[in-house]
Write a protein that binds this ligand. Structure first.
Ligand SMILES: Cc1cc2nc3c(=O)[nH]c(=O)nc-3n(C[C@H](O)[C@H](O)[C@H](O)COP(=O)(O)O)c2cc1C
Length: 245
């Protein structure tokens, strides 16, 4: 293994940060690293909104299920899928943009995820800690209003960044045999592997240094999937001009 792989395999989300700030020049370097990710058909469909500590950030924290680290993180970024500037580009060329395709929603969202993960890896390589914030989509209407997002832009997730004030254990991932299959989809060996994995995850949750729980992976997933998943999303995305066809 080399240092990059070691870094990737040492990732853990950080939810407590020291007061040490991050130079704006470093933030901009991280953004450039994000921009270097591959991008579908060169669409470059990611816009990042940096929100300083203060009233707007506090409101975002409130909208994101009151997660304290959203308000407290030295840097907070909102990653948006942005097809608005593509509309402007079309107008510049007197071309009517055919928008609203599910494929465009998918490619723009994938672009954002690739961009953001590059930012994350670059940040972690500098000793920073991060936590993605999907809870921004809990009240996505209010978040979009607060950030003044136009049509064809939606907030995919937020990202807290800062120097770690905690040192959590790495969370064990599924066995490779469950996620890597040869030639065709199959579930061979999965149930046996998941029994072992559940025990591994349970041992992790019971013994980790913060907020111990008695959970397994399959149990956690079964619990989560009893709840509706942000059912307001489709209406919101359609209103923003996505997922119309
Ligand atoms: C898109 C996305 C959204 C997430 N949203 C939240 C969130 O709102 N709050 C939070 O505390 N963690 C959030 N997480 C972090 C996950 O809970 C975490 O990555 C997962 O439990 C694995 O733990 P690890 O990152 O420490 O390995 C999010 C992660 C991703 C990728």
């Amino acid at each position: 293994m080399n240092d990059v792989i070691q870094l990737l395999q040492s990732h853990r989300s950080i939810r407590k940060f020291t007061d040490q700030g991050i130079e704006q020049s470093v933030v901009e370097e991280l953004i450039k690293a994000g921009q270097s990710a591959a991008t579908s058909s060169f669409i470059q469909a990611c816009t990042v909104i940096q929100v300083a500590k203060g009233e707007r950030r506090d409101r975002l924290a409130e909208l994101a299920n009151n997660q304290a680290y959203v308000a407290d993180a030295p840097v907070f970024l909102v990653f948006c899928a942005d097809m608005h500037r593509h509309k402007v580009a079309c107008e510049q060329h007197d071309a009517e943009m055919l928008s609203g395709f599910t494929e465009q929603f998918l490619t723009a969202s994938v672009d954002v995820a690739l961009f953001a993960q590059n930012v994350v890896v670059a940040a972690e390589s500098l000793g920073l800690g991060i936590c993605y914030i999907g809870a921004l989509r809990n009240k996505i209407d209010a978040v979009a209003d607060l950030l003044e997002l136009p049509e064809l832009v939606y907030p995919v997730f937020g990202l807290c960044l800062g120097y770690p004030a905690q040192d959590p254990e790495v969370k064990p991932r599924l066995p490779v045999s469950v996620v890597l299959k040869q030639e065709h989809y199959n579930e061979e060996g999965n149930s046996e592997s998941l029994v072992g994995y559940d025990a591994h995850v349970n041992a992790y949750y019971r013994s980790r240094s913060e907020t111990q729980k008695d959970l397994t992976w399959t149990g956690q997933i079964a619990g989560m999937l009893q709840k509706e998943a942000r059912p307001h999303m489709l209406k919101f995305l359609k209103e923003k001009g996505f997922l119309l066809r």
